[in-house]
Write a protein that binds this ligand. Structure first.
Ligand code: DX5
Ligand code: ZN
Length: 217
């Protein structure tokens, strides 16, 4: 299991401090929630933040692009040092074009699906993906409740990937905690994003990550 803390919950006045502490605590990826205020009703940050942190963190930078036009900003995110780049299948730009461009750049292309989007919609694009992100919440904010049906959807994505003979990372993003993690792992998730649960853990990042890892079989 790869653990990807959502940096949306980090202290933006001390991002390097938090990134260092997360690396120390055993995180695998840093999950950057980039929102344009158009695709989702929230405005966070663009590639400039990834670029600022890039020289200081060896962790995988997982850019979650909750933006309408991921193609328009792709070069900026690549230049900033993103390692995996996930666009939403619901975004305006052509998903196939995005996925091909990310692969062309030698990075890991990903596709995210919102709770209301059927898993089948990713089927034709699966061969182009290295990461599929199953949203456990409506995108836009951290701290929301985990949506029913997310575990079943994770299993559907796993079955589609297996049927396609494709080894993809299945990432679950939104509302993840020790409550739902065992079921998500059993359903085939191998990358978990955690924002509120991890950042608000009473005993800090290392204890939180230890607790998550203890749930792996
Ligand atoms: C929501 C983001 C998630 C979220 C995770 O739009 O994509 O990454 O910040 O935070 P929690 O774990 O609190 O839902
Ligand atoms: Zn996210």
């Amino acid at each position: 299991m790869l653990i990807a803390p959502s940096m949306l919950c980090a202290d933006f006045a001390n991002l390097k401090r938090d990134a260092d502490a997360l690396q120390e605590a055993g995180a695998d990826w840093l999950h950057w929630d980039c929102m344009d205020g158009h695709f989702v009703p929230n405005l966070t940050h663009g590639p400039i933040v990834l670029k600022a942190l890039r020289p200081y963190s060896p962790l995988v930078f997982n850019a979650h692009l909750m933006i309408s036009h991921p193609l328009q900003y792709l070069d900026d995110f690549l230049e900033a040092g993103a390692d995996t780049l996930t666009a939403h299948i619901e975004a305006s730009d052509d998903a196939r074009e995005f996925l091909e461009a990310v692969r062309e750049a030698g990075k890991l292309p990903g596709l995210a699906v919102n709770p209301g989007t059927p898993a089948e919609q990713i089927e034709p694009l699966l061969p182009l993906c290295d990461v599929i992100t199953v949203m456990g919440v409506e995108p836009g904010f951290a701290g929301q409740s985990f949506k029913a049906g997310t575990v079943e959807k994770t299993a559907e994505v796993r079955n589609l990937a297996e049927a396609a003979g494709r080894h993809v990372h299945i990432q679950v993003d939104g509302g993840v905690s020790t409550e739902n993690l065992p079921a998500l792992l059993a359903a085939g998730a191998d990358v978990v994003v955690s924002g509120s649960w991890l950042f608000h853990h009473p005993r800090g990042f290392a204890a939180a990550i230890r607790e998550l890892r203890a749930l792996e079989k």
